[in-house]
Design a protein. Structure first.
Length: 651
């Protein structure tokens, strides 16, 4: 008898392929195999063994080899993958590829070693203790730990995790970006030692595989990681923590476009675990769930460690020259005189973010994308932050020949240069993806800042969240209104969250923290409410606007993006899909559809982009309709369709 196996691949093909094993070889469900596919050799996942040959197939190809000596996934993980594929409309192979580590060989296994100092002894406040007791008092449920920045949410998570692990159950602790949470990782490693596993993209493939097996074997009982750690095969899962729940990095940017919050909710329900989310600025979806009683709110209203919420001022930049206002310059000097530190935040890297001609208005854009090129002075290059295209700066306008050209907008590189000019004696470091490309460089800079070896830290979102430095007195937010200009219904929410989170870096240990928000729109309600710390008022205002526009959380969205080299192809495919969905729904359609319309970022990497946005009060009927329609349509030549269920951005 020929041993036949069923295999799925990381391809947008929703079907199973049958192969035969070579003589003497064996495989079990959960292993990977290398197999011929057309003219290529691909790595696939075995989901069935000893299967019957498919009807009507005369020749069954043989695999090249079995990659793994033991299975990577269990039946439980396979069921999760089936749910993921169904929910986010992708193939089973794509779902498994997103969930599993991608090492080539098991023999390269390395051990994870993290050095950490024991944390200082701390006693929980009555409110913290009450929150911990509520979390661990139940075996299943969903909670939201809302608390001002510096209120000790991490201590609550740590104590709850300790209790769950002592009961013999497992914990998954999710963070937005592992590189920004050194302090959290060190805290948990010092508490749980070898029982901790850290999963993140910085691990080598072999180390990630080794860590995966440690979790699968039950050696690691507590897993810390970014978005994909939500799939970690933790035995007897008892608790999932989703820290900084509002962060958009919990949403995957490629197929399957899952949200870790949704997966965590699914897993906690299926595995009878407790889900705890936390933030100082909950997403509007979480706010609605708390208001409806689907999420139990636990609140921490005050800062610990002797700190208090900082004094926040709005600085009108109209009439100012340069990236730093006169007031901010004086505040930086004052903080330095007091031997205290400053963080300057700007959510745009590079020196300036667009080149333009003052004579004809020409703007230098990427040849592949419909976005402006960013000037990086240190590299003397114009760079596209979407496709990576690079060009040399020009001194003459390519359009009209004028020499009256220049660069506008402010990036972190420009702020760093201005600080060097104004404060030659201050120790300044920049933290963005350009400045910390080398592995471990970020950790070194943050350690130096914590030790007082740096006076001013300039950075993008890397300095906005998860950092806890006793010496920081002043936080300056440069160009606070930048995000408000984006054509996205979440623009105000993102800007508000960012201002509140960045402001929270000041005054965490001393009651004299100060924040200066620089903006060209000082009267904007979002900036005004963020500066005043009026979180409830912002949520009430934003929810009223969302209700009026029927945007989430008052509706659920499915976005289909159509990508093609030729614009007409993309629009033709989009219109065909729209008409097919409407025809399938018939007269009883209970959803709205917008488009086809061009995406705000119309061209990326040479591909034209247009989208359809479906909106409905209830997701299930719309989801079934769109999924069924896409499955029944023939592929459109030259057109790629991106499916995004519950998109967090419409760019």
């Amino acid at each position: 008898m020929i041993d036949l196996i069923e295999v799925v691949f990381r391809l947008p093909l929703d079907r199973v392929f049958t192969y035969r094993l070579p003589a003497g070889a064996s495989a079990v469900p959960g292993c990977r195999v290398s197999a011929p596919f057309g003219r290529r050799k691909l790595t696939g996942y075995v989901i069935g063994v000893d299967v019957e040959p498919p009807a009507g197939v005369e020749e069954i190809r043989e695999i090249d080899r079995v990659v793994d000596s033991r299975p990577l996934f269990t039946g439980e993980i396979l069921e999760q993958a089936r749910w993921l594929a169904q929910m986010y409309m992708c193939s089973l192979g794509e779902a498994l590829a997103a969930m599993l580590p991608g090492a080539r060989r098991e023999s390269e296994a390395e051990t994870v070693s993290l050095e950490a100092q024991l944390p200082e002894e701390f006693a929980l406040s009555p409110r913290q203790r009450s929150a911990v007791e509520r979390i661990v008092s139940t075996h299943q449920g969903s909670f939201y730990l809302e608390g001002v920045t510096g209120s000790g949410k991490t201590a609550v998570f740590l104590e709850a995790a300790r209790e769950i692990v002592q009961r013999g159950r497992g914990v998954i602790y999710l963070v937005p970006e592992i590189s920004l949470t050194h302090q959290v990782v060190e805290l948990f490693v010092s508490e749980f030692g070898e029982r901790v596993a850290v999963l993140h993209s910085g691990l080598t493939a072999s180390r990630r595989l080794r860590t995966w097996f440690r979790i699968l074997d039950g050696e690691a009982r507590l897993v810390i990681g970014a978005r994909s750690a939500v799939f970690a095969p933790v035995r007897d899962l008892g608790l999932i923590v989703l820290d900084e729940e509002h962060e958009s990095s919990y949403k995957a940017g490629s197929t399957p476009r899952y949200h870790a919050r949704q997966v965590a909710s699914y897993r906690s329900g299926r595995e009878h675990a407790v889900l705890v989310m936390g933030s100082a600025t909950p997403s509007l979806e979480a706010v609605m769930r708390m208001q409806s009683g689907k999420l139990e709110r636990l609140y921490l209203p005050e800062r610990l460690s002797g700190g208090s919420l900082p004094e926040i001022h709005i600085q009108d930049m109209r009439g100012e020259s340069g990236p730093l206002s006169r007031r901010l310059v004086e505040e930086i000097l004052q903080a330095h005189r007091e031997k205290r530190q400053t963080i300057l935040f700007l959510n745009r890297r590079g020196f300036s973010h667009y080149f333009h001609c003052r004579s004809c208005g020409f703007e230098m854009t990427c040849r592949n994308c419909s976005v402006s090129l960013t000037y990086h002075k240190s590299r003397h290059k114009l760079v596209c932050h979407y496709c990576g295209y690079k060009a040399d700066p020009v001194t003459v306008c390519p359009e009209c020949g004028s020499m009256d050209v220049g660069y506008s907008g402010i990036g972190t590189e420009r702020v760093e240069e201005e600080l060097a000019r104004l404060f030659p004696d201050l120790r300044v470091r920049r933290v963005d993806t350009d400045a910390v490309r080398k592995r471990d460089l970020l950790g070194g800079i943050l350690q130096d800042f914590r030790a007082g070896k740096i006076d001013v830290l300039v950075g993008t979102q890397m300095v906005a969240k998860g950092l806890n430095f006793p010496g920081v007195k002043l936080v300056g937010i440069i160009s606070a209104d930048t995000g408000l200009q984006l054509p996205d219904f979440r623009a105000a929410e993102r800007t508000f969250n960012l201002i509140v989170q960045v402001s929270g870096r000041a005054g965490r240990f001393h009651p004299d923290g100060r924040v200066l928000i620089q903006t060209l729109k000082p009267e904007n309600p979002t900036i005004r409410l963020a500066a005043a710390g009026q979180v409830r008022e912002f949520y009430d205002r934003e929810l009223a606007m969302r209700r009026e526009m029927n945007f989430p959380p008052f509706s659920r969205l499915i976005r289909l993006v159509f990508r093609a080299r030729k614009t007409k192809q993309a629009y033709h495919a989009a219109d065909m899909v729209k008409q097919a969905v409407l025809a399938a729904a018939g007269a009883e359609a209970r959803f709205d559809v917008l488009g086809p319309a061009e995406c705000p970022l119309t061209v990326i990497a040479g591909n034209s982009r247009c989208h359809l946005i479906f909106s409905a009060r209830r997701l299930a009927p719309l989801h079934a309709l769109v999924r069924g329609t896409l499955a029944g349509l023939s592929p459109h030549t030259g057109v790629y369709i991106e499916v995004d269920v519950d998109p967090v951005s419409l760019l």
